[in-house]
Design a protein around this ligand. Structure first.
Ligand code: AQP
Length: 327
């Protein structure tokens, strides 16, 4: 199976990103032909400081490798290194109704949050995402729950192009985990954990131990004392239980049993220590990679070449289907 997924370079890689998406990537890379992109063009929908942007992009590559991606087992590349992404996105712009884009939840949320910069890119973001995926003829796209609506639109775009111009694209399936696909904010546990919602709401994958302890101890919990899984009535405790069970690799039921009769404070304390322990190898690996500039550049060069060789073939087929002349 061909697999593709991506992550933005800006902001912190948090445990929501990890449990919903990256952990799947690490697992899939040993079984499938995987392409993972740092989607730097997507991040430009928010204005970036050019000096900081390059640094953040390289840091995201470092973080993905630190979290378990192995450049020998999968293709890691930057979206902007493969020009076909922008080219195919333009073609898809011409077959996607604006009304479909306007009903995307992410567009509505982000335009509410960024009232002073509702740019066209924010609206057409899912079209570029469709191009990212369809260029590689990916059958599987490992994502968190928040991205399912965009993946549906990608499938619609693939079908529409195929109907209009003849069979060209594979219709991809979303690979969404049964648990962890939507980790909630530590502050507002009815909202998803999000890097743009303030540092107290998420734990970074590379967070220092003291800060992990503080964030868990301050996490919002619910009325009552009992530690039971009930997302509707106890969203805060349920979110803590989900995260604990995923990091401890045990069921939610067993986790409930483990904390039976103990209070919320005990759960928070033990959860913080569990995460400190589990995230330690990531922190170590990140420090080690930070000085390996040449190696990282080589990884990206190889990744760009491999990605381009697949993307250019798809684009050639698209150009020919559309009647765009070649030289
Ligand atoms: N809370 C989450 N739970 C599970 N999965 C999540 N993902 C994001 N948040 C959660 C998944 O992580 C992958 C990469 O995400 P992204 O870089 O595209 O960023 P995002 O989805 O926009 O993540 P944020 O933190 O919510 O960013 P902002 O604040 O900018 O909107 C995706 O597969 C995503 O589903």
């Amino acid at each position: 199976m061909r697999v593709l997924s991506g992550i933005q370079p800006t902001g912190q890689l948090h445990i929501g990103n990890y449990l919903g998406a990256i952990q799947q990537w690490v697992d899939l890379q040993t079984k499938h032909d995987c392409f993972f992109a740092v989607v730097d063009l997507h991040a430009l929908t928010v204005q970036q400081d050019p000096k900081e942007f390059g640094r953040a992009t390289m840091e995201k590559v470092i973080e993905l490798i630190s979290a378990g991606l192995d450049p020998e087992k999968c293709t890691i590349f930057l979206q902007s290194h493969v020009k076909e992404h922008a080219e195919l996105a333009w073609i898809f712009n011409t077959i996607t109704p604006v009304s479909e884009l306007e009903r995307m939840t992410q567009y509505k949320d982000k335009s509410k949050k960024n009232k002073e910069n509702i740019n066209a890119g924010l609206l057409t973001y899912p079209i570029l995402q469709a191009a990212d995926i369809l260029l590689y003829q990916a059958q599987g796209v490992p994502i968190g729950k928040d991205q399912i609506q965009h993946l549906e639109l990608t499938r619609t775009i693939a079908r529409k192009f195929n109907n209009l111009y003849g069979n060209t694209f594979v219709e991809p399936e979303a690979l969404v985990l049964p648990e962890g696909a939507k980790i909630m904010s530590l502050v507002e546990p009815k909202k998803k954990m999000s890097k743009s919602d303030g540092a107290a709401s998420y734990v970074s994958l590379f967070e220092e131990p003291e800060s992990i302890r503080k964030k868990f101890m301050r996490a919002t919990t619910d009325a009552g004392k009992e530690i039971t899984y009930n997302p509707a009535k106890k969203p805060g405790v349920s979110n803590l239980l989900v995260m604990y069970s995923l990091f401890a690799e045990q069921s939610i039921k067993d986790t409930e049993k483990q904390f039976q009769g103990k209070g919320y404070a005990a759960l928070k304390k033990e959860e913080a220590e569990l995460l400190i322990d589990k995230l330690e190898p990531f922190r170590k690996k990140k420090k080690e990679l930070q000085s390996r500039d040449l190696y990282l550049k080589e990884v990206l060069k190889r990744g760009a070449e491999k990605a381009h060789s697949v993307a250019s073939q798809t684009m050639e087929a698209v150009r020919s289907k559309l009647g765009l002349l070649s030289l």
